[in-house]
Design a protein around this ligand. Structure first.
Ligand code: GLV
Ligand code: MN
Ligand code: MN
Length: 463
């Protein structure tokens, strides 16, 4: 379990390790990296090389204890909302592991963390892998964490086998992927690729306590100095992630070969009505923002039903003021999340949503202000990278299935700047953003081994 972390500085000054129970400290021989010294050069065929699944699961368990939450059935989930104390403690633990492996750790201005094992040819751009370690408030232990810790596990496997690569290998975790505390989601990777100005990102206010993102980064000690957006980008990016849905499990397939990510549209509605006495105000005089919010909620579900296919539509947050039994509410703030793999269909869903909002506002006599929290078009991954993931998984003896991602991922941002792909592993009962989120250890291991071999291929290639 992670205890209180002591104050620390970032950049070139070593972090003071988080106080941890000894069981979670990966002591063993220190695996400092000395490129080209006492190392074997890469042989042609690493066909039998495998990651250490037990070590991967131990790290996942250890990180899962940071901000751990427990469900009624004893399920162990995680609450590490971006830039909270829990997120800081999780970051400190992962950075300690990165430094224990002798990696070069850098932090950028938006708090993204990059740990690099240099390659033998410094003229070649590094290969990057990674994901995020922030979670939703009722999150699991695998979403994001798997991609980061599998990246570390790949690097530790190469180090412990004395295998050098031509290109460097970087494992990253990006700030605020979830967007549950600061919108939009994938904020850190969006800034990294130049999709949002750093000043605008630092000024975003938290939905819970309205803290400014830039102040929270400083408070937890992760306002780094490496420029964001980055001045140069990796040669490619590969992200391992749990599927977070039911498809692979239903098909009995081990590896999802992700061809792209569906488009995402997030809107916040601020609905204003007339607060009034519940006993004395006749129904004909009411302007009730909660009734409007309820009608919009039902309308949003109808949009998904009418469009059909894979269209999804969700009302996930609603704040009612003053939220009292005998008061007609004064105001409601709510969010709407629409997603589709086809941009034209997503635009159609957005048009239908806008029409519902206008109609409800007129019918109930309320005011409705709209604010776009996130809008990302669907993304297609690089065809050659997707083929490589598929071929690698098959070569390792796994069943595969090509699919889009329903969830947002940092990879969809990285796809703007370099060839990108993703590897999915099954989620038990299709559950995610839920403390019962689980992936079988054998599947975690399979995914990490596919990641290992895809990264090895790319890191030893000069094309
Ligand atoms: C992030 O996990 C999202 O897809 O909302
Ligand atoms: Mn995720
Ligand atoms: Mn998530």
């Amino acid at each position: 379990m992670v205890g209180v972390s002591s104050r620390h500085e970032i950049g070139d000054v070593p972090l003071t390790a988080v106080t941890r129970r000894d069981a979670w400290v990966f002591r063993g021989p220190r695996l400092g990296y000395r490129p080209g010294v006492d190392r074997q050069t890469a042989p042609d065929d690493f066909a039998h090389l495998r990651i250490d699944g037990t070590r991967l699961v131990r790290r996942l368990d250890a990180l899962g204890e940071v901000g751990a939450i427990e469900g009624p059935g004893g399920e162990r989930g995680c609450a590490r909302l971006a830039l909270t104390d829990e997120d800081r403690d999780g970051r400190d633990l992962v950075v300690t592991w990165m430094r224990d492996l002798g990696l070069i750790v850098e932090i950028d201005q938006i708090g993204n963390v990059f740990a690099t094992r240099p390659g033998t040819d410094p003229t070649l751009a590094s290969v990057m892998t990674g994901s995020h370690i922030d979670t939703v408030r009722t999150g699991g232990r695998f979403d994001g964490n798997l991609g980061v810790l599998a990246g570390l596990e790949v690097i530790e496997t190469l180090i412990s086998h004395g295998i050098d690569t031509a290109r460097g290998l970087t494992v990253a975790f990006f700030t605020d992927e979830e967007g549950a505390r600061f919108a939009p989601d994938m904020l850190g990777s969006l800034v990294y690729v130049g999709g949002m100005p750093i000043e605008a990102a630092l000024a975003v206010a938290a939905v819970d306590d309205h803290a400014r993102l830039g102040d929270e980064l400083l408070r937890i000690g992760y306002a780094g100095t490496r420029p964001a957006p980055a001045v140069s980008f990796p040669s490619c990016f590969v992200e391992l992630h749990i599927e977070q849905g039911p498809i692979l499990e239903d098909l009995g397939v081990t590896i999802g070969v992700v061809e792209g990510v569906q488009g995402i549209s997030w809107t916040e509605l601020a609905i204003g009505g007339q607060s009034a006495h519940a006993g004395t105000t006749p129904m004909r005089l009411r302007r009730d923002p909660l009734l409007a919010a309820s009608q919009i909620t039902a309308g949003v579900r109808a949009i998904a039903t009418e469009i059909g296919g894979d269209q999804v539509a969700t009302v996930g947050r609603m704040d009612i003021h003053p939220n009292l039994v005998n008061v007609v509410p004064a105001s409601v703030t709510m969010t709407v999340d629409l997603r589709n793999t086809h941009e034209q269909v997503l635009l159609d869903a957005e048009r239908r949503f806008a029409a519902i909002v206008e109609e409800v506002a007129a019918d109930e006599g309320v005011t409705i202000e709209r604010r776009t929290l996130a809008r990302f078009e669907p993304v297609e991954f690089d065809a050659a990278m997707v083929d490589l993931v598929e071929a690698t998984a098959r070569r390792l003896g796994h069943t595969t299935y090509r699919m889009p991602s329903g969830a947002g991922h940092d990879a969809q941002m990285l796809a703007r700047v370099c060839p990108t792909a993703m590897v999915f592993t099954p989620s038990v009962n299709g559950l995610s953003h839920n403390i019962a989120e689980f992936t079988e250890h054998s599947d975690l291991e399979a995914g990490a081994n596919v990641l290992l071999h895809v990264l090895l291929d790319r890191a030893n290639s000069t094309d």
